[in-house]
Write a protein that binds this ligand. Structure first.
Ligand SMILES: [Zn+2]
Length: 263
């Protein structure tokens, strides 16, 4: 079987274990069914996720022009504290920014290699945690807009990490943490504007990834360098495909590449 299409991050279903789907324009592949099978990935070209043109991908699946022009790639995406739609202030397209920013957002703690703080739209829970490969997570604050979530994250970053170590996440070099205890410990650092939105009563969410064999020394596949790769798929965690020979492929980091997948 050969599938061809533009890579976008895998769609997921929050089941035990998590189910992954690679979605192409006319087809989708249920990736869990490829576990323990030989899969080959070949680079064909690139296609910007915004303009659809055959241009080199700059960041986040976008060509350089779209990355700097389109509202979907504004700075407030990666840095929520820069959000201004709640003030009626435009960055690139106020209508779009209102739609995305003025909706419930969650500040959470997730543990993928260490405990980290993060922000996501409420509608993206637990998708965001799955994409990060977190094996446990808990919401700490639910606020009505992205700005409030952003300033809360910034304040908490002084007391907890905001990055994960992808190698440790993939090696499953992790330990269980009591995230409720972490949440209660961090409560006093939540900025005044967001204090009323603290979530007192909820429990940890646990996530189970379909991994048969963790890589001991993950090495990242770069299709721009090697064009084609073939290997036995032994696991999926976060947005990574894990192969038997320690090769790992970050689907999300390769959004916009046109590939041929055969199995
Ligand atoms: Zn483009």
């Amino acid at each position: 079987m050969i599938y061809r299409g533009v890579l976008t991050k895998m769609q997921t279903e929050f089941l035990e274990p998590i189910q992954y789907y690679l979605v192409f324009e006319n087809d989708f592949i249920h990736m869990n069914q490829l576990l323990n099978k030989s899969v080959s990935i070949k680079l064909i070209g690139s296609q910007c996720l915004s303009c659809g043109l055959d241009r080199p991908i700059y960041r986040q699946g976008f060509c350089r022009t779209c990355f700097f022009d389109k509202p979907i790639a504004g700075d407030w995406i990666m840095r929520p504290e820069l959000s201004t739609a709640h003030l009626g202030k435009e960055d690139r397209d106020l209508e779009y920014e209102k739609k995305v920013q003025l909706q419930p957002h969650i500040v959470y703690l997730a543990n993928s290699s260490n405990v980290k703080v993060g922000v996501t739209r409420k509608s993206q829970v637990p998708t965001r945690w799955i994409d990060q490969g977190a094996h446990e997570a808990v919401e700490i604050v639910e606020v009505p807009n992205r700005y409030l979530a952003g300033i809360t994250e910034v304040a908490l970053k002084d007391h907890v990490a905001d990055k994960t170590n992808w190698r440790n996440m993939l090696k499953n070099d992790v330990k269980d943490e009591d995230l409720i205890e972490w949440r209660n410990k961090l409560k006093k650092f939540i900025p005044d504007e967001a204090k009323d939105y603290f979530i007192e009563n909820n429990s940890e969410t646990h996530l189970y990834f379909p991994v048969g064999q963790y890589p001991e020394k993950p090495k990242s596949l770069n299709l721009n360098k090697s064009i084609e790769f073939e290997g036995k798929l032994v696991g999926i965690k976060g947005q990574y495909l894990i192969f038997e020979d320690n090769t790992v492929f970050n689907v999300r980091a390769n959004e916009g590449l046109v590939v041929e997948l055969s199995m």
